[in-house]
Design a protein around this ligand. Structure first.
Ligand code: ZN
Length: 444
């Protein structure tokens, strides 16, 4: 009985009723934010891929193709967020006990709902769950944003994630031998990246020492696995660059970056995730207007929205001023990196702290990148083509013949105003339109 049920499920998923090809006509398509959009476009989707793309009227659909009119709409590649921490927040509770299949899948569905095709969970995944979910997604048995995982991240004892609930997920490393062993364990699990934390949390913990992170990077590179480093201090960023880190999960935040640090980042081709949102959220005394935005409300539990709103009143002017100083440094560093031609990636760090909830804030992060001096096209490139390249997700992050049919239909053009990425009309992942109304109901 069990076997036949399972077989039925596999059949249902592996061989869906042969969906007819679909011709999407009349929309503006941003195939790649670095290039001019195709106005009044037509593109044909079949079997999860874009088969052809061109101008409306030039593309002849095959017999039996369905047509979808996208006049007045703008189509962008689905977003990719390579810095999230799934599973810890559930309604008002933020705890390792929430790291369950149901909760993680719920968050991947919220991500999909807002147009995110893939996420990288950055070193705080417990047990086998992330690997199991990914396997099911690869087999076509599970939807949501595709889950990439950095498994368990690495740090000196207590020097991993800042939040107490996240801390036990990281390795506690005291010797180079342990560090190399930890890397071998994670590589054996086929993690997408190794994550390492280098931060003293404002003097509260003893930083991961250079000998340990050098052993981690060396061992990972021997095994063809890249390393993403959490950085805070300028001096650590320089040494991590020299040590061969492949990406920084954050900006330098203690001071403005100097020419030497930028030269090192360029020389070593390090990708930088600006990761502005958590710091920006602390710079205001009044509740953010986006707390009332429909897209945010759709994916965020009501009680959580209200607790976020209430949090503003607990802030002191001194707290807010300090946060603003740090944030201005971060903004200047983004502008410097962009001006220098460094590869600016994307990462919203959703779930890293309580009440910094998944999905909507990926869109919010784009707006902050633009406020820091990036153009809408640069921000959009970071969250699509650059992030796909970073995850080695071939055929994603851009639209065009042969590419994955992962795209978001917007009511307005994000190149005019980046906040228009939130004006979502429809989301298509793997060629299928998401049933967003049903998903929305499941978030309640
Ligand atoms: Zn993080």
């Amino acid at each position: 009985m069990r076997v036949s049920c399972l077989f039925g499920l596999l059949l249902a998923v592996s061989f869906p009723l042969a969906a007819a090809p679909v011709l999407f006509e009349g929309g503006r398509v941003i195939i790649d934010a670095r290039r001019a959009p195709i106005e009044n476009s037509a593109f044909l989707v079949d079997n999860g891929r874009i088969v052809k793309i061109g101008k409306k009227g030039e593309l002849k659909p095959p017999a039996g193709a369905k047509r979808v009119d996208l006049t007045g709409k703008t189509v962008i590649p689905a977003l990719i967020d390579p810095h999230v921490h799934l599973g810890y927040q559930k309604d008002l509770s933020y705890a390792a006990a929430n790291f369950t299949r149901e909760n993680v899948i719920g968050q991947l569905n919220r991500d999909a709902y807002v147009g995110i095709a893939a996420v990288l969970s950055m070193g705080t995944d417990l047990g086998d769950l992330a690997f199991e979910i990914r396997k099911e997604q690869d087999a076509g048995k599970l939807g949501g944003a595709l889950l990439f995982t950095a498994g368990r991240g690495m740090a000196a004892p207590n020097a991993g994630p800042g939040n107490a609930e996240l801390k036990p997920s990281a390795y506690s490393l005291t010797t180079e031998t342990e560090a190399r062993q930890a890397v071998r364990e994670q590589v054996a699990r086929k993690v997408a990246f190794i994550k390492v934390w280098v931060d003293d949390r404002n003097g509260a913990v003893k930083k991961t020492p250079p000998a340990i992170y050098r052993a981690i990077i060396d061992e990972a590179h021997k095994r063809h696995t890249r390393v993403v480093a959490h950085v805070y201090y300028l001096d650590d960023a320089k040494d991590l660059a020299r040590a061969g880190a492949d990406a920084f999960a954050h900006l330098v935040r203690d001071k403005e970056m100097d020419d030497e640090s930028i030269a090192l980042i360029k020389q070593h081709k390090i990708l930088i995730m600006p990761n502005l949102g958590i710091a920006e959220a602390r710079t205001h005394v009044n509740p953010a207007p986006w707390l009332d935005e429909p897209l945010f409300r759709d994916v965020t539990p009501v009680a959580l929205v209200e607790r976020m709103r209430a949090a503003y009143s607990g802030r002191t002017p001194a707290n807010v001023e300090a946060a603003q100083r740090t944030y201005r440094t971060m903004q200047r560093n983004v502008a410097k990196l962009v001006a220098a031609g460094v590869t600016v990636g994307f990462g919203a760090d959703s779930g890293a702290v309580p009440d910094y909830f998944h999905a909507f804030i990926t869109h919010r992060e784009l707006q902050l990148m633009v406020e820091a001096g990036m153009t809408p096209a640069q921000a959009l490139t970071a969250v699509t083509a650059t992030s796909a390249d970073f995850l080695r997700l071939k055929g994603h992050g851009m639209l065009g013949a042969g590419k994955a049919a992962d795209f978001v239909v917007l009511d307005a053009n994000p190149l005019d105003d980046i906040a228009n990425t939130r004006k979502i009309s429809r989301v298509y992942l793997r060629g299928e339109e998401l049933n967003r109304a049903t998903l929305r109901g499941s978030f309640r």
